[in-house]
Design a protein around this ligand. Structure first.
Ligand SMILES: Cc1ncc(C[n+]2csc(CCOP(=O)(O)OP(=O)(O)O)c2C)c(N)n1
Length: 322
């Protein structure tokens, strides 16, 4: 598959947007600017970017507790996400949800989720609705290596496969489930092997190579859209930070950490090298893209900081269905 220069630059810009948003969120959270939790997606940008670039607005995604990158890659509104982190009235959930509950149903973003593994049945249900209503939309579920041990994973893949649903299960294997290394919680190396048990295609890709992720996702999405059922894609990656902001991640071997953060492995310098080699961009182009993105994130912080707090009288509004 040959990707155009424009598409490759778009992938690069999306990864830079996620990284810049996350770096700013980390900085603001450490400065005590907003409450709650931040589970940073730093280092995993290529996964959300590569997968969502194969999707259309009508398609659905379910996200995780580490969800800012998924929302950005699916075209979510950065101002509303930042305002939600700040707990402001203008935020995606009117300030009541915070980082782990952001959704944008119009854009097919069915929600971040604080419950590990909860997105997979939701995506499976969305895919069932797509098939039942005879739309050609597909659903994608993002989840971690830890979540792939949950019953929800196995039940979803079983139902998805038996009903041939248009769904793609994307495992973001960042090597860790909190402080548990993959080899301490599962007796396999490739999580994609689990696809065999459900009779669906399973593939493991370099999750820090946005093009490899895009290509695997494009094939799986096409398969789902033409009615041939689900696929499992494992993207092998690494989270740069601790499990959440505040976790010193002393369980990581410093050598591994150094290697994964090096220009050879980090998805963004890797993409820069690719673009330079192809002569699709120069160092000045990267600087310009980064400046544009920084201005956008700066504007989002301004929007959030100048927004009103929610009215305490509305504390129960939107909490219960009528
Ligand atoms: C059902 C459930 N069990 C446990 C937790 C506590 N918990 C939060 S994140 C996490 C680890 C998730 O690991 P993984 O699925 O690999 O995702 P990652 O954090 O690496 O992105 C756990 C156990 C939870 N939120 N929900």
């Amino acid at each position: 598959m040959k990707l155009s220069k424009e598409k490759l630059l778009e992938l690069y810009k999306t990864m830079v947007t996620i990284r810049t948003f996350e770096l700013k969120a980390i900085e603001l959270f450490a400065a005590g600017k907003f409450p709650g939790f931040v589970h940073s997606y730093l280092g995993e940008e290529a996964v959300a970017t590569g997968v969502c670039a194969t999707l259309e607005t009508k398609d659905y995604i379910t996200s995780t507790h580490r969800g800012h990158g998924h929302l950005i890659a699916k075209g979510g509104n950065i101002d509303l996400m930042m305002a939600e982190l700040y707990g402001k009235k203008t935020g995606y959930c009117k300030g009541k949800g915070g980082s782990m509950h952001i959704a944008d149903v119009e854009l097919g973003i069915l929600g971040a989720n604080g419950i590990v593994g909860a997105g997979m049945p939701i995506a499976t249900g969305a895919a069932f609705a797509c098939k039942y209503n005879e739309t050609d939309a597909v659903a994608v579920s993002f989840f971690g290596d830890g979540a792939s041990d949950r019953a929800t994973f196995h039940e979803s893949l079983n139902l998805g496969s038996i009903w041939k649903l248009p769904v793609v299960y994307v495992c973001e294997n960042n090597g860790w489930a909190i402080s548990n290394a993959q080899e301490t919680h599962q007796n396999i190396t490739d999580i994609s092997d689990r696809a065999t048990a459900y009779g669906i295609p399973g593939v493991s890709v370099d999750g820090n190579d946005v093009i490899a992720v895009y290509e695997a996702a494009a094939e799986a999405v096409e398969r789902a859209r033409r009615g041939d059922g689900p696929s499992l894609i494992e993207c092998k990656t690494w989270r740069h930070r601790g499990h959440f902001e505040g976790d010193p991640a002393t369980y990581k071997d410093p050598k591994d950490q150094e290697e994964w953060l090096s220009d050879k492995k980090d998805p963004i310098p890797r993409m820069e090298k690719k673009l330079l080699d192809l002569k699709f961009a120069t160092a000045e182009d990267f600087a310009q893209i980064k400046a544009e993105v920084a201005a956008k994130i700066h504007a989002a912080v301004k929007f959030a900081e100048s927004s009103l707090d929610p009215d305490p009288a509305e504390v129960l509004t939107d909490v219960y269905a009528d």
